[in-house]
Design a protein around this ligand. Structure first.
Ligand SMILES: [Zn+2]
Length: 316
């Protein structure tokens, strides 16, 4: 990611919102002119795009508490960033929620002097603390499951991942499954989305599927990474328009759970603050955090395609 801004999270949750201001200020000073302009432009477009989706969304805030859920996160933090309010609302109502974290999360700081074992342990501890804030019991194997695939390599683990998710769905019979949107620049997120879409296409899962946006507002999320520059430009110009017509957005309002989510996100200190002082320690970009902490969570009810691909990407 290349973000080098630092934030002092301080003790406990602190106020992430006020921290955002600090990060934004740092961002101004660490970015060069061209990059700052591109960032500002895509940032504004992304926010406008999100606003348009929210305007068209159905409100699921009332009914969300009652459906049992399997929340599939590629990395420790996706469950909280994308579904924190949703999980907290369910947990408060005593509705069963199982969070599955697919990878060990060690790729966020691959060159750190903290070794992979230490980084994996740190991210696991952060995930336990975060889901505990959301109201789950991290020691209960039906509430938090780590699959420990190597971070960044989920595309090579599609078969074992599909098998495990299939087992969990059979065992837990969730009413709802939360999974990343296929519109995402991160390859692990795309791989997990593919796994769920294929399971739906092949097995006809009874659960309702809700896809959540994470790295969705970045231009790179909208293109096939292995296509030519010209093809990518075409995808970038057409797919967001097509998606605005075809995605079926749903929202869950944060309400009194906004603070709970904020506190849970704050547990991911390794993603918010430079823990070692190393120059290339990446933290979440401020606009990214701002969107994930917006007053509502956004989900998409996917249009089911027969082959498990994303219908938004029909020219794939
Ligand atoms: Zn992730």
């Amino acid at each position: 990611m290349g973000w080098t801004t630092e934030v002092d999270v301080g003790k406990g949750a602190g106020s992430l919102i006020s921290l955002l201001g600090e990060v934004a200020e740092n961002e101004e000073t660490t970015m060069t002119g061209g990059r700052a302009v591109i960032s500002a432009l895509t940032g504004r477009l992304g926010t406008t795009y999100r606003d348009l989706l929210i305007d068209r969304a159905e409100d699921h805030t009332v009914q969300v508490a009652s459906g049992s859920a399997l929340v599939l996160a590629p990395h420790p933090d996706d469950e909280t960033l994308a579904c924190g309010v949703t999980i907290a609302r369910k947990a408060a109502a005593g509705t069963p929620v199982t969070v599955v974290i697919a990878t060990d999360g060690t790729a966020s700081h691959p060159r750190s002097r903290l070794g992979p074992t230490e980084r994996a342990a740190m991210r696991r501890d952060e995930a336990r603390a975060a889901v505990s804030v959301l109201g789950l019991d991290p020691t209960d194997a039906e509430q938090l499951i780590f699959l420990d695939h190597p971070d960044g390599h989920l595309a090579d683990r599609v078969d074992p991942l599909a098998e495990r998710i299939d087992e969990l769905v059979t065992e837990l019979r969730p009413d709802e499954i939360y999974a990343p949107s296929s519109i995402d620049w991160n390859d692990d997120h795309r791989a997990m989305s593919r796994v769920v879409r294929r399971l739906v296409a092949q097995k006809g899962l009874a659960a309702k599927i809700y896809e959540y946006p994470v790295w969705f507002y970045e231009p790179w999320a909208w293109v096939d990474h292995d296509s030519t520059k010209v093809a990518r430009l075409g995808q970038l110009l057409t797919r967001p328009v097509r998606a605005m017509r075809t995605l079926r957005p749903r929202i869950v309002k944060s309400g009194e759970y906004a603070i709970v989510k904020e506190q849970a996100v704050a547990e991911y200190r390794s993603q918010l603050t430079n823990l070692t002082g190393e120059d290339d320690w990446a933290v979440f970009p401020p606009r990214f955090l701002e969107r994930q902490l917006a007053p509502e969570e956004l989900f998409f009810e996917p249009i089911r395609s027969s082959d498990g691909t994303n219908p938004v990407e029909v020219d794939r």
